[in-house]
Design a protein around this ligand. Structure first.
Ligand code: NAP
Length: 250
């Protein structure tokens, strides 16, 4: 329960979905947690719901803003540091899709997905790591995807961004390792969230047939692995991509 006591965590894009489950799990592990998302009202309602359920008042905070924007991320991290003077855990979770076949994919949709999914992870890691390196401790976890490993028709932009997150993870693991900062990626498969709810029955069934465990994953399946990567048991793990996909890719 108190494994992460006094540790400060920021989870991007976490008012709902996988990010929200990660927030809940890190709070249960004892951390002080910042929920980031685009809309203040979404953050407020998530904070209210979590506090009604668990009474986390003194350890749960919100910080609104677009994490793909350099001018927003820098003051966002500074605000956390001025309140706690440390940042131990960064989970780069914010992500979007703009699916479409290559022939019809606009440059705008390609660049937007790269910016929100990959540039955001670069920016948050850049500003958070300054403190992590000086305190000689940190855990950076990038939420990538199995499609960043295997590709996916109709997701050239999204797959490229998620593959980029894997390259970022490995490079930062090499840069930061000697200073006690680990950097790992999680590659979820098919997880039940708003991002996958719009998929047709046919596409869902196709996904399920390709999963040896024969079920979709839940946000908690991902949150549990984030918790493990933040734990002392994972101290000697860095630069890895951990699949949470029911065996979809092996
Ligand atoms: P989700 O339900 O769509 O949640 C994503 C959250 O990120 C939303 O609250 C969204 O806010 C927020 N967000 C979007 N752009 C942002 C920005 N620029 N700055 C801050 N917040 C932003 O998605 P999810 O399914 O939980 O996915 C979470 C992560 O896991 C994503 O990186 C996704 O690519 C990855 N993933 C998901 C699956 C899956 O099957 N669900 C599989 C593999 C990987 P709004 O609501 O305002 O848009």
């Amino acid at each position: 329960m108190n494994m992460l006591q006094n540790q400060v965590a920021l989870v991007t894009g976490s008012a709902r979905g996988i990010g929200r489950s990660i927030v809940e799990r890190l709070l249960q592990d004892g951390a002080i947690v910042y929920i980031n998302d685009l809309k203040a009202e979404d953050i407020e309602s998530t904070i209210q719901e979590l506090n009604e359920q668990y009474q986390f008042e003194d350890r749960l905070f919100g910080i609104e803003g677009d994490v793909s924007n350099d001018e927003i991320v820098k003051p966002m991290i500074e605000k956390i540091l001025s309140a706690h003077n440390r940042l131990d855990i960064l989970v780069n979770n914010a992500g979007i899709t703009r699916d479409g076949l290559m022939m019809r994919m606009s440059v705008q949709d390609f660049e937007l997905v790269l910016k929100v999914n990959l540039t955001s992870a670069f920016l948050c890691s850049k500003y958070a790591s300054r403190k992590m390196l000086s305190q000689k401790y940190g855990r950076i976890i990038n939420i990538s995807s199995v499609v960043g490993v295997m590709g996916n028709a109709g997701q050239a932009n999204y797959s490229s961004s998620k593959a980029g997150m894997i390259g970022l993870t490995k490079s930062l693991a090499k840069e930061f390792g000697s200073r006690g900062v680990t950097v790992n990626a999680i590659a979820p498969g098919f997880i039940e969230t708003a991002m996958t709810h719009h998929l047709s029955e046919e596409v869902r069934n196709k996904f399920l047939e390709s999963i040896p465990l024969r079920r979709a994953g839940t946000p908690n399946d991902v949150a549990g692995v984030v918790s493990f990567l933040c734990s002392p048991d994972a101290a000697y793990i860095t630069g890895q991509v951990i699949h949470v996909d029911g065996g979809m890719v092996m």
